[in-house]
Design a binder for this molecule. Structure first.
Ligand code: NDP
Ligand code: OXD
Length: 280
């Protein structure tokens, strides 16, 4: 266990999560870097990342189910006006709100990979009208899919709850910004379970304060833990959770890591190879 690893030149497999930047550069005989998560941004952004060492990530490993639950909870919470009812209860106010049905409430999922595809399908299975957006626009049953830069605006125009499950790459950094929020119907909602770097924090606050957005549920932040002074903690329209949308399930993650090391030792192709040029 780092930092008590013994001689670093004996280490062939590095199992990492949020490693101290630069620490990988000391491991000179690495055969593979196994990331203990689905997102690999913190490894690919490490200035000490050795060239030519394959980076492997967790592929689902039990995370898609909890991610879908989180997104579904957010869709239900916003669609059924739960924040308003919690507030009204504090004042003993009996005031039914106009209720829209699930099929009248389009949910849009950004990122339709291993996790995003499950998120979109689970929400669609509950009767919501679901759109999805990805680079390639690969088809998903029951989901209206939009592709690439030209598909983004039409996708957003028909989204009441935007769920972000993109990987953080140079192309996706800051994608949850004022322009994106302005392209959604007024009074929409945003759920960020991708990475904090996707969100332009000041743009979210401005969109909530102007009424362009009606609420947000945010699980991931540029700096984690979220500093106590951060405005999100106290904003009445933001729900903050501490990067818990999907816990790492040790048994499933461990099994995938072991399988990959076995494959590499046998000279077979491992699972979850990251395309370092694409960044995911
Ligand atoms: P995948 O690599 O399987 O999927 C990524 C998806 O994003 C693909 O559909 C890909 O498109 C799409 N994409 C990537 N770049 C772009 C772009 N520039 N424009 C449009 N679409 C793009 O990732 P996973 O589904 O396994 O994980 C997604 C992310 O979820 C992780 O990177 C991580 O950040 C986050 N995560 C968060 C957790 C939490 O607890 N909050 C837990 C687990 C993951 P295409 O299909 O065309 O390649
Ligand atoms: C992941 C995460 O990427 O937990 O696996 O955020």
């Amino acid at each position: 266990m780092w930092p008590d690893t013994g001689p670093t030149d004996a280490i062939r497999y590095a199992l990492v999560w949020k490693q101290p930047p630069g620490s990988l550069a000391r491991l000179l005989n690495l055969k593979a870097i196994l990331v203990l998560g689905a997102g690999v941004d913190s490894v690919l952004n490490d200035p000490g990342l050795p060239a030519d060492v394959p980076v492997l990530r967790l592929v689902d490993a039990g995370m898609s189910g909890p991610m879908a639950e989180y997104a579904l909870y957010a869709a239900l919470h916003f669609q059924r006006h739960m924040a308003d009812y919690f507030e009204q209860q504090r004042e003993a106010i009996w005031r039914p709100r106009d209720e829209l049905l699930a099929w009248q409430w389009p949910v849009g999922v950004m990122g339709l990979g291993v996790i995003g595809a499950v998120v979109a399908q689970r929400i669609a299975a509950q009767g919501y009208s679901v759109g999805g957006w990805s680079q390639s626009g690969k088809a998903i049953n029951g989901v209206k899919v939009f592709a690439g830069a030209s598909g983004l605006k039409p996708f957003l125009a028909n989204t009441r709850v935007l769920v972000n499950v993109l990987p953080l790459t140079p192309q996706t950094r800051g994608i949850l910004n004022a322009q994106t929020f302005a392209a959604m119907p007024r009074g929409s909602y945003v759920v960020n379970i991708g990475r904090g770097g996707h969100m332009v924090d000041a743009d979210l606050i401005a969109a909530l304060d102007s009424g362009q957005l009606a609420g947000a549920m945010v699980d991931v932040f540029e700096q984690e833990p979220l500093p106590a002074t951060h405005l999100f903690w106290r904003h009445p329209k933001i729900i903050v959770t501490p990067h818990v949308a999907a816990p790492t399930i040790v048994s499933e993650a461990g099994a995938q890591v072991i399988e990959n090391i076995r494959r590499l030792e046998r000279g077979e192709p491992p699972l979850g190879i990251v395309d370092c040029r694409k960044g995911y």
